[in-house]
Design a protein around this ligand. Structure first.
Ligand code: NAG
Ligand code: NAG
Ligand code: NAG
Ligand code: NAG
Ligand code: NAG
Ligand code: NAG
Ligand code: NAG
Ligand code: NAG
Ligand code: NAG
Ligand code: NAG
Ligand code: NAG
Ligand code: NAG
Length: 712
């Protein structure tokens, strides 16, 4: 049936192949009488299959897209009329600065209509008045100013839910504009020039759940939304509201989302925090967004009504209260004073963002912090942390204290937080941490970022910092890595000590746990690494030593690193490298030697390496002859070392994109030695193949795998 329908569409399309407005390959069927049709400039030469005409049991759904419409009206012939008559969804692109949208006259069954970005400035009359099936109308991204009579209907469209007028130039909304639209649940008026709501234009929108008025020029709500008793989500971001009080918006108590960010609020009235929880469904998230204002203080709550949320949680009041949570964003204000009970009216505060303020002291009632999971205090002037404020935060997962003035991790502060997953203390003034004072992180592992402090010494005693998994000590003042004592951290896997001032690594320099798998020591001043330095951390997989001052690698330097797969030695000054110093690195797969000024690289050891080994080589002085031989050996399977470049060379000599020098005086020695080595490899390979064969025969004779592997 589906195919038959499509066929009929095909036939009519082919009748006049000259005007291929609605090409066949742009017609898709998704049900008996359901089609998606895409046309260009005009809608012509498509028709419905007969079984979809007249009264049919199958719902007729036509989703029509008209691109580059040549006009806002249709040139009608008999055939087109039927298909247009059945269109349920219509999207059109075209340019109609002044229009009466007469094309809509032919589509009385429209449910969804997109008239987006058509440069409409004036729409004459009430072109939607016949569309009594309308559900969703989008007029966004035009230049409309006058909407007074635009939305008048002959028959009330009882399923009309969503109206989008965003990104126009609307300044005034007369009180009659939306009067007939009491079925609307979502109205988007964002990005217009609305400043005045004193006409009460929304009073008849008795089912509205979402209202977007963000990015307009509203200075005062003046009670204009007070009739909207079903409203749940209100967006007022990017307006010019200075004053906000209980009279401005008395339905605020019922709102789930209240976005007043980027306004001009200075004075925070307690009404902003107060909600009547019985209006909320289970699992509602109450979002209060007040970032980018000029708020200077968060006062205590005084009024009786607000006062006791504990009364509200009494059984019988409504159990919803146990699943509703609150997220509060106060970032980018000028808050310096937070009163002790400031957050009391909020029920189940789980997320609190106070970043970019002027807070020096975060001292709040612990009873209001019990449920907090995310706390952002970044970019303030905090010098100390009060145990009192943190003691009840058993649920704290994410704490951002970056860019403050902390000098220590204060004693006891974190004794009760055992779910910390992420603690950021970047950019403070910490110099020494002898007592760590963070008892434990989340059992799944915690991240601690201490970069951009002045740390030269850090020691985590036995029994502290449990479950720490990633530690970042980048950009500090570490000169002697032995003073970073982390041997008890048996969950630590990643340590970043880049951008410090380490000059030398000795065999007792790294007091790190054996669990470590990634170590970053790049951007130090390391000139010497003594043999045995990494002996303890034998499970290491990634080691970064880029941007140091290494000139040579000694035998035994990488002793015990049999699991290391990535070694970064780029941007050092290693001019000669003999692969034999890397004998220990049995699992090496990637080695970066970029920008070392390297002249010779002897890869003998890697002829019989177990894995393919990519060696990054740009920014060196290797000769083209050597490179040719190395590439040849790799391509022929003699060597496992694959010379490679991250950035392909664009000038000078190069082979396979790897730059090289034409002058080759050191080379002849190298190649003669290599010939013997190659022979050895070939012999080894033959031996391995024979072994494999024998093994296979043995298994076949023993009756295993006859039906499986051996057949191939
Ligand atoms: C719409 O405008 C066109 C001319 O632009 C006119 O021919 C047509 O009659 C108008 N339709 C209505 C319903 O006013
Ligand atoms: C809206 O009109 C203004 C001039 O009135 C013009 O600058 C702007 O480009 C127009 N915008 C669109 C989307 O047509
Ligand atoms: C709508 O506004 C007009 C003038 O602005 C006023 O005369 C009329 O009473 C208002 N109607 C309602 C229902 O508010
Ligand atoms: C509000 O809508 C109802 C229909 O739902 C209508 O009867 C009434 O007149 C409208 N109110 C105004 C002020 O237009
Ligand atoms: C903080 O605010 C409270 C009341 O809101 C006031 O009593 C106190 O003096 C303020 N403190 C500072 C340092 O401004
Ligand atoms: C805290 O806020 C800052 C600035 O607003 C932001 O950059 C940072 O990502 C936030 N931290 C977290 C953990 O979300
Ligand atoms: C800590 O915060 C800084 C900026 O405040 C950010 O750059 C860094 O990525 C954060 N650390 C982690 C581990 O997310
Ligand atoms: C660290 O400090 C430097 C210089 O003060 C600054 O440029 C950089 O952005 C800081 N990095 C972070 C992650 O805060
Ligand atoms: C560390 O190196 C010193 C010499 O610098 C040597 O005496 C000592 O035996 C080495 N220790 C280990 C554990 O290899
Ligand atoms: C290391 O230093 C180089 C050169 O000064 C710089 O380009 C690079 O960004 C630095 N890396 C880090 C991680 O700071
Ligand atoms: C690299 O080392 C050589 C001596 O081995 C020295 O002459 C040269 O100045 C060093 N280059 C850099 C950039 O440190
Ligand atoms: C080594 O290579 C660098 C760039 O890769 C080049 O600037 C330099 O002149 C070369 N030195 C010699 C001695 O060839």
């Amino acid at each position: 049936m589906m195919a038959k329908g499509l066929l009929f569409l095909i036939v009519t399309t082919m009748i006049s192949p000259v005007f291929c407005d609605c090409p066949l390959d742009k017609i898709r069927s998704f049900g008996k009488c359901s089609f998606h049709i895409q046309c260009k400039t005009d809608v012509r030469d498509v028709a419905l299959p007969p079984h979809c005409l007249g009264s049919t049991n199958d719902p007729v759904i036509i989703d029509l897209v008209l691109n580059n419409a040549k006009s806002d009206m249709f040139d009608i012939n008999n055939r087109d009329r039927e298909i247009l008559y059945s269109v349920t969804t219509f999207r059109v692109s075209g340019v109609f600065p002044k229009t009466n949208l007469s094309m809509l006259e032919h589509m009385p069954h429209l449910r969804v209509l997109f008239l987006v970005n058509n440069r409409m400035e004036i729409i004459y009359g009430s072109p939607f008045s016949q569309l009594r099936h309308l559900e969703h109308l989008d007029l966004s991204h035009n230049n409309l100013t006058d909407i007074k009579d635009l939305l008048q209907f002959n028959t009330y469209p009882s399923r009309f839910r969503i109206l989008v007028l965003a990104h126009n130039a609307i300044e005034k909304i007369p009180n009659v504009s939306f009067n007939g639209l009491s079925s609307l649940t979502e109205l988007d008026l964002s990005f217009n020039r609305i400043s005045d709501l004193s006409d009460n234009p929304f009073q008849n929108l008795t089912r509205l759940g979402i209202l977007k008025l963000n990015n307009n020029r509203i200075t005062d709500l003046n009670g204009a939304l007070n009739e909207l008793h079903t409203l749940k989500h209100l967006f007022l971001r990017g307006n010019q509201i200075q004053n906000f009080n209980a009279q401005s918006l008395d339905i605020i108590k019922e709102l789930e989302t209240f976005d007043l960010s980027s306004n001009q609020l200075e004075d925070l009235k307690e009404v902003v925090f107060v909600r009547h929880w019985k209006h909320f469904d289970t699992n509602s998230v109450c979002k209060i967004l007040l970032s980018d204002n000029q708020i200077i203080a968060i006062p205590n709550v005084k009024s009786k009504e607000v006062f006791d949320r504990y009364v509200r949680s009494v059984p019988g009041y409504g159990n919803n209260i146990f699943t509703v949570t609150t997220e509060l964003d106060l970032s980018n204000n000028a808050i310096s004073n937070i009163s002790y009970n400031a957050f009391q009216p909020l029920v189940r505060l789980v997320s609190l963002d106070l970043s970019h303020n002027k807070i020096t002291n975060f001292d709040v009632n612990p009873r209001d912090m019990i449920y907090v999971k995310y706390l952002n205090l970044s970019c303030n002037f905090i010098t100390n942390l009060k145990f009192d404020s943190f003691q009840s935060m058993h649920n704290l997962q994410n704490l951002d204290l970056s860019h403050n003035d902390l000098e220590i991790i204060p004693g006891h502060t974190f004794t009760n937080n055992n779910k910390l997953k992420y603690l950021n203390m970047t950019d403070n003034q910490i110099e020494k941490l002898e007592h760590f004072r963070i008892k434990m992180f989340d059992p799944e592992g915690g991240v601690l970022d201490l970069s951009n402090n002045s740390i030269s010494q850090l020691s985590i005693p036995n029994g502290e910092g449990l479950h720490l998994n990633i530690l970042v000590l980048k950009a500090n003042m570490i000169a002697d890595p032995a003073l970073i004592y982390l041997c008890y951290q048996n969950k630590l896997e990643t340590l970043d000590m880049s951008v410090n001032i380490i000059q030398e690594l000795k065999n007792n320099s790294l007091n790190l746990p054996v669990t470590l798998s990634s170590l970053d020591l790049s951007n130090n001043s390391i000139a010497k690494i003594h043999p045995g330095t990494f002996k303890r951390i034998e499970q290491l997989r990634t080691l970064r030593l880029a941007f140091n001052k290494l000139t040579e690698i000694e035998y035994g330097t990488f002793q015990e690193l049999k699991h290391l797969s990535y070694l970064d030695l780029s941007y050092n000054n290693i001019t000669n490298l003999d692969s034999r110093v890397m004998t220990d690195l049995k699992s090496l797969r990637m080695l970066s030697l970029k920008y070392n000024g390297l002249y010779t690289l002897d890869y003998k050891i890697w002829l019989g390496h177990h894995f393919d080994l990519n060696v990054y080589l740009e920014g060196n002085n290797i000769s083209c002859d050597w490179l040719a031989a190395a590439l040849n050996d790799y391509n022929n399977g003699f060597s496992k070392m694959k010379p490679i470049a991250h950035m392909r060379s664009s000038s000078g000599y190069s082979l396979e994109g790897i730059p090289c020098e034409q002058d080759a005086h050191q080379l002849s020695k190298l190649t003669t030695v290599m010939a013997d080595e190659r022979l050895l490899v070939v012999v080894q390979k033959i031996l391995r193949a024979v072994e494999h064969q024998n093994d296979l025969y043995k298994r076949i004779f023993m009756g295993h795998e006859i039906n499986h592997k051996s057949v191939n």
